[in-house]
Design a protein around this ligand. Sequence first.
Ligand code: ADP
Length: 582
Amino acid sequence: MLTLRSNLESSVAAQNELVRADLPSRFASISLVSVLSLHYLPVQMVGMVYLAYVLVEAIGLMVYRWLEHRVTWGGILLLCSSAFIGVWVFNAIPLLLFVQPEPFPKLIGVMLLIIALNHCVVARSAWMFFGVLTAVPIICAVGYMIFSFLNAFASPMENLIAAVILILGAAYVAHSMWALNRLTGRLRRALRDAKAGSRAKSRFLAAMSHEIRTPLNAICGMAELIEEEDVDPETRRERTALLRKSAQALTSILDDVLDHAKVEAGHFELSLAAAAPRLEIMSVVEMFRTSADEKGLRLDVSIGPGLPAYAEFDALRLRQVVGNLLSNAIKYTEAGHVSVAVSSEQDGGQSTLKIEVADTGRGMTAEQLSHLFTDFYRVEDKNAPSVPGTGLGLAIARRLAQMMGGDITVQSCPAEGSCFTFTCRVRVLEASEIVVDQSQSETPDQDESALDLGVKSILLVDDTRSNRMVVSAFLKKGDFEIIEATNGAEALSCLESRQVDLVLLDMKMPVMNGRETLTEMARRGGRIGATPVIMLTANAAPEDRAQYLALGAAGYIAKPVKKSVLLSEIRKVATGRDTQAA
Ligand code: ADP
């Protein structure tokens, strides 16, 4: 059986729609022309032509309706035949008028054909073949009229000139049809893409809403349960741990969404810096050890010889890719083990890191593998335990790997396990070139009792009380004063009245937002302008960081705030200030 190509189907569907939309005006014109032509033609003749036309249009209508449900070769053949016969039936009236002895009906005949040609260009170009099929009989009729008119007096040269003009006219009609066809085709495709995009966004929102609700449910539930008074410390610890885990899950969903949006918009950039590949990989693996232990999975790591001690690469993104593969391996494995094997191949000053993450989990079929790395794709397996996820992690990870000059490939077998291989290129560094960027790696949690951040007073500016509570609680063991303000204007009047060592500034606030506050502090200059500011904001894209630093902020922390990150950023900024002051 013949399968119609999808673009032919869409052309036929668009043409079908156009011809049907044009039906009332087409019918009204034909009826009017028939009535007017009665002035020159006998009523029986006009009546017969009109009836034939109605019959052909009725057949055409039935075929159009049929094609609306299913486009088949039989339907297309019937549509073309009815349209072709319909044009000839229509031509009958102008031709009959033309063969009259008086000059005026001849003129009307020509005028009617010109209108018909215009109709072909405007209403029949959605499907080129159909348009040409119906225009050719009209052009033939026009040709017949021209040459039978010229026959009476024209020289061969004049006939030739008329033929050239006719061909030119026909070519112009064809070109206009083609141009309109391309334009409407582009519009149709744009409309289809827009609809598909809108459907994908709705699916995405539905998926996100579901994914966000799962950890949110745990957060709300645990928050309520923590208030219960008759709970033993162990249960309370378990509940708090679940609360923290769910909050982390929410954060990682948001990170995925943000990364996906950035990749889509082409805003993703790697930030290269010196780092130790072994250290970075080991620290990600260790981050997942607890989750592997909780599921009773063995987590092995083997690092082959020859791994460069230091190299230039984006450590944060490398950790993200390895973390995604590891998190999946643990999520989709119920029993057995997960192993990470690292090797490298050096050529010249570059090295290709190869990180294999293998598991003994549920695995995937060849069909499922063919969709992997597609945005939002998740394997539907009703028999396996349901696992939360967005279906974005692998798509982002592969794009990151490709940006790093490598790729991610996978081998998998259902019920046996999977092995993901991530490769990336790094520039090997000599000992003399090494300046490790501390900003990319988190410092471990500090002992709060020994909290000395190098500042005596901190002005905390945030309109949301809960945010101020969290930050104050993180800093409460420190030997410094915390002053609170709820917007930029309050912060400025506080800075006018007293000296503070550091400002933690939220971005989105009423009265005066963070950006305005930063600008105003710089404008006032002196002691106020020199006070270091750390932006503490929910605008978490990397370009936001660069933007705030360019505005004069000394540091940047994305919400949700992690205690270790907060302390290390404050320490970094305070030490920087000391160094500058020295
Ligand atoms: P998520 O895990 O958030 O759903 P990913 O893009 O990371 O999104 O993964 C896409 C899908 O690929 C997952 O939903 C899962 O069905 C499948 N998958 C990924 N890794 C594994 C694995 N190690 N074993 C089995 N299936 C996997």
